[in-house]
Write a protein that binds this ligand. Sequence first.
Ligand SMILES: O=C(O)[C@H]1O[C@H](OP(=O)(O)OP(=O)(O)OC[C@H]2O[C@@H](n3ccc(=O)[nH]c3=O)[C@H](O)[C@@H]2O)[C@H](O)[C@@H](O)[C@@H]1O
Length: 495
Amino acid sequence: MPADAAAKGMKLERYASGAGAMLLLRRVASGKVVSASSHLLFRATVLATLALVFLFTFHYPSLLSRSFTLSSGAGGGEGGAAAHASHRSLLMSSSASAASVYGGAAWEKEVRRSAKPRKDGGIAVLVTGAAGFVGTHCSLALRARGDGVLGLDNFNAYYDPELKRARQRLLAGRGVLVLDADINDALLLEKLFDLVPFTHVLHLAAQAGVRYAMEAPQTYVASNVAGLVTVLEVAAKHADPQPAIVWASSSSVYGLNTDAPFSEEHRTDRPASLYAATKKAGEAIAHTYNHIYGLSITGLRFFTVYGPWGRPDMAYFFFAKSIVSGEPITLFRAADGADARRDFTYIDDVVKGCLGALDTSGKSTGSSKSGKKSGPAPLRVYNLGNTSPVPVTRMVAILEKLLGKKANKRIVAMPSNGDVPFTHANVTHAAHDFGYRPTTSLDAGLRHFVDWFADYYKLKLDVPKIAAKVAGAGKPSSSSASKKKKKAAAMSASS
Ligand SMILES: O=C(O)[C@H]1O[C@H](OP(=O)(O)OP(=O)(O)OC[C@H]2O[C@@H](n3ccc(=O)[nH]c3=O)[C@H](O)[C@@H]2O)[C@H](O)[C@@H](O)[C@@H]1O
């Protein structure tokens, strides 16, 4: 054996296993006892293989449970187990499914209890992204009117997960269970549909944020494209009966459209950000699942939704934080020199729109058993905006008054990072089909936000006094101020 080959062999075998291998190594290097070494090598290989099998079994029970579920063919479907496997998300194939973590009679009872409507004719809704901003408010509103709600959320760290946990606790207090689970976990979704005949899915889980898409593009594809497909696959091919789907699209799909106000008939083929492109892709995907499988699908284009329990990644929220802490804020000015403007939409108005869309969604017409649809199912898309764009500088001025502090502003040209100069919703279709009528001005909505913000972060602001000043209601007495504060808090918790 040439010297360097022998050295390589020694090096490789040194990795095989501890002291025994060292002995073997010496023998191999000397080249004297070849047959003994192959004997030992064989034994070492068998031992190593057994150890690997043991480790695999121990660490990946979900893969074993996966093959059990596949061969049991739960939920049927025309093509049997193989076809069934094909719609499972590849994204979850290498990590544990929450289905292998959750389970047992007590857990199933909890799931059923949360999802059970409390009134005759109530609906049973699976809310994805339930610990998110819109998800929390919609879940509370559904529960308040007696519908059954089961929530899912993966509690990712895109923004403060503790805020999501606080929302989860708020929901738990109202009898809504929110499971820690990912929408790409098809096994868990299937299990949930086996337990509960959900009438509706309110699919709000998504990777949000327009500008962050330049930093983490793949997360947008994983949540907004692959995640949507996973939800629709399970709804179309596993759920029996198929639910109706209402899901969160975005005003950002209008992209470089300059016709205003934005109408559902306008072009949406020029997205300005990857975020917008994934939402636009979602609308195309919705068309496919409606066309082939007869799923009833409604997409809602939300316009810069804000309010109590909001998203800390949004400008109104982090501007408020910066104003309080004295940090500078950066305001974007559009290319034509005008301030950026947004059709800021208050959460309670959006919740009414979501519930209206659920109530008028119509039924899916397909069958996961036969794989056939009995006829065309509804496919709808609606703007949910406020219909009155406000310059971001005005939003900051309102915050300054409410917080009793001036912002340290820096005004710069809008960077080319996916932002658009303005948004403006035409809501005629939502108004016609389910009576959507936004009623909250930005002043009133931000007042509710700041009330919650001060309360949540335990800030010592004289919020009711400042809020009343902004609303032009005069100086309230301390007792009426505290009544007002309580009313605002109750409103934010029940909307
Ligand atoms: O309506 C929508 O479709 C979208 O609304 C928001 O996106 P955006 O309107 O960009 O909301 P913010 O990020 O809160 O920005 C609001 C305004 O503040 C401006 N801004 C933002 C950040 C900043 O540092 N400075 C600044 O002036 C933006 O240009 C924009 O005009 C949400 O973040 C998206 O998830 C949602 O889909």
